[in-house]
Ligand binder design. Sequence first.
Ligand code: ASP
Length: 315
Amino acid sequence: MSSAQPSDQKWRLVIHGGAGIIERDRITAGEETAIRAALNRALDAGSEILESGGAALDAVEAAVRVLEDDPHFNAGRGSVFTYEGRIEMDASIMDGRDRNAGAVSGVTGTKNPIGLARAVMEQSPHVFLSREGADQFSREHGLEQAPASWFETAERRRQLDELRARPEAEHFDVHLKYGTVGAVALDRAGHVAAATSTGGLTGKRWGRIGDSPIIGAGCYADDRGCAVSGTGAGEYFIRVGVAHAISDAVRIGHDGAQAAADAAMADVAALGGSGGVIVVTPAGEGVFSFNTSGMYRGEAGPAGRSVALYGDERS
Ligand code: ASP
């Protein structure tokens, strides 16, 4: 038998909208409905591409754009505020075919930072641009810009005010509902890709950068291993090198995807950190692993889809 044609191959999409203290008594019924609807729209956007034979890279970007545009998540519109009351966003994207990657940090005016990360990957000789330079690159390459008022929401302002009233907690998101977004996918051609986008942590200072835009920490994709996107306390994800650790464990073959993801999250927990990851392998396996009470998440494939928020929900 000859090998299956691309159109016969399986595809897979897994997304997250952040991990943290996500419990039923902390989320209103209206918020829950809106969050589930947004996760479903993100799955629609990515699945449509994958179902029709499109690239995993296009699918992860499309899914993340939907979540960036939705104010319930800490990415794009709805990003958290810095200590000084600004919005500075980070994003990264990686293609498992050739390990090409793009990332941006501290960007302020690009409507969809994930599109800027992709432009850095495809239209510059670099992998990682930051702050004013990244903003300038965005304008020069014609990416859609948005005013500060597009990104800012009253709820994020309230969270900053609450944090600023408690200076001893200055580095930490008051609700530990991190809300970063991400997507990982396998396309019918057998390639994987990953994308991650965030506003970072409420009250961040001094140009702080988390794991989300760091290739190997909050994002990684390698057809020889797997695609990974993370969310959580970025300092720990950087120290563990979470996304690369998972992909390499799968590539070397010591661990299956679930065991590799669980081991990396155990490592984060052992250092004192919390959060979660999503993983897709070239074999079509989709995995979640988190050590928080919940993670906004969803997955889709030819056999159907599911969306979940709380730790005790099946996903
Ligand atoms: N990982 C992100 C950061 O540390 C936060 C998050 O996941 O929400 O910037």
